[in-house]
Design a binder for this molecule. Structure first.
Ligand code: B12
Length: 292
């Protein structure tokens, strides 16, 4: 029976464009659930977390938009696939519940993917998969159906420390990611930033997100290009002030992750990047960035 269930899940996940998936036991995640509004959608007596990765790496011109936000918003792309699969699973196993989540999820997704056998957790806190490196998104379907667990694929992170050394904010340590210093987080904050925070954004040369720790990772060399069409097409790597001032900018980019905080945040970041850096403050920040 177990094998039969696993075969049906396999068929449905493949049919919905999610061939890279595994199953994590819900119990192993229950004590580290993330507090968020989506938590109320968790099925009662959840047993299994069908976890999928969505590779997004594709060779494209470099720019100040981080890779994860260059194509169509992954919440939409992965969300569609997860919704379709959940609907098919509900039809097949009508007495069970299936709830899809992606990012805005109570599930600590990196840990779930690790437990589902999809890869290892790097020192930068990200899932590193054998074929697509860390350039993958994660999404999951939580169910009260008990499913066989997956094998651990073995370690991929050698703890070489390159991600730790590369981070301009010193945000990566054995304690995890200090999100208050992480440049990705700084670029997504609304409102005024301190001079030290602005200097970090200048140093990272980004207006949305940050890929520095991933670019430094040797496990991201020679990885496969994504097979997901939406992540290969209509790539936007860079945005100018003129683009943002266009009256149709918001409408034209409404399905892009970089629009999440509104165009004022992008405008501010662009201003930071193209403003004149204050070298004294930069030096001061470099020496004291642990107290940011
Ligand atoms: C909040 C958040 C952020 C915040 C804070 C990040 C952080 N690490 O704290 C900010 C805005 C900074 C951020 C940035 C980014 N994020 Co983010 N983020 C999230 C979010 C929504 C929640 C993360 C969270 O709070 N986890 C809970 C905490 C407690 O977990 P944790 O810090 O990872 O620690 C646990 C694990 O490390 C685990 N663990 C450690 N070692 C081991 C070993 C074993 C064997 C096991 C089992 C577990 C384990 O134990 C810890 C405690 O539970 C997740 C989506 C989600 N629902 O999980 C996406 C998510 C982690 N982010 C993602 C991405 C893509 C990014 C960026 C790369 C985007 C970018 N290019 O700018 C950066 C990367 C920065 C970085 N190095 O982390 C992806 C990661 C995909 C991947 N390959 O891992 C996720 C999963 C979103 C998604 N659905 O795809 N993010």
């Amino acid at each position: 029976m177990c094998q039969k269930k696993a075969n049906i899940i396999n068929e449905i996940m493949n049919c919905c464009g999610m061939p890279f998936f595994g199953v994590a036991p819900f119990d192993a995640l229950a004590s580290s659930l993330i507090q968020c509004g989506a938590k109320r959608r968790l099925p009662a007596a959840a047993k299994s977390v069908i976890t999928a990765v969505f590779p997004y790496y594709c060779p494209c011109p470099s720019g100040e938009i981080s890779r994860y936000a260059r194509a169509k918003d992954y919440h939409i792309v992965a969300g569609e696939k997860l919704n379709n699969a959940a609907a098919m699973l509900r039809e097949k196993f009508s007495e069970y519940k299936f709830e899809p989540f992606c990012d805005a999820s109570p599930i600590p997704e990196v840990t779930a993917a690790r437990l589902a056998g999809l890869g290892d957790i790097g020192c930068n806190g990200l899932l590193i998969t054998p074929r697509f490196g860390s350039f993958v998104f994660i999404g999951e379907i939580v169910t009260n159906l008990e499913l066989p667990e997956c094998e651990n694929p073995g370690g991929a992170c050698n703890a070489c420390g390159r991600c730790v050394m590369s981070c301009p904010a010193g945000a990566i340590s054995p304690l995890g990611i200090d999100r208050e210093r992480c440049v990705s987080n700084l670029t997504q904050k609304k409102g005024e930033l301190s001079q030290a925070q602005r200097t970090l954004i200048t140093k990272a040369d980004t207006i949305w997100g940050c890929d520095i720790c991933q670019n430094a990772c040797p496990k991201n060399r020679g990885i496969e290009t994504t097979y997901i069409a939406e992540f290969k097409n209509n790539i936007i790597s860079t945005i100018s002030g003129k683009d943002i001032d266009d009256e149709n900018f918001e409408q034209n980019n409404s399905s892009r992750a970089f629009m999440w905080r509104g165009k004022e945040v992008l405008k501010r970041n662009l201003g930071i990047l193209h403003g004149t850096p204050d070298n004294n403050i930069f030096e001061e920040c470099k020496n004291q960035n642990r107290s940011l």
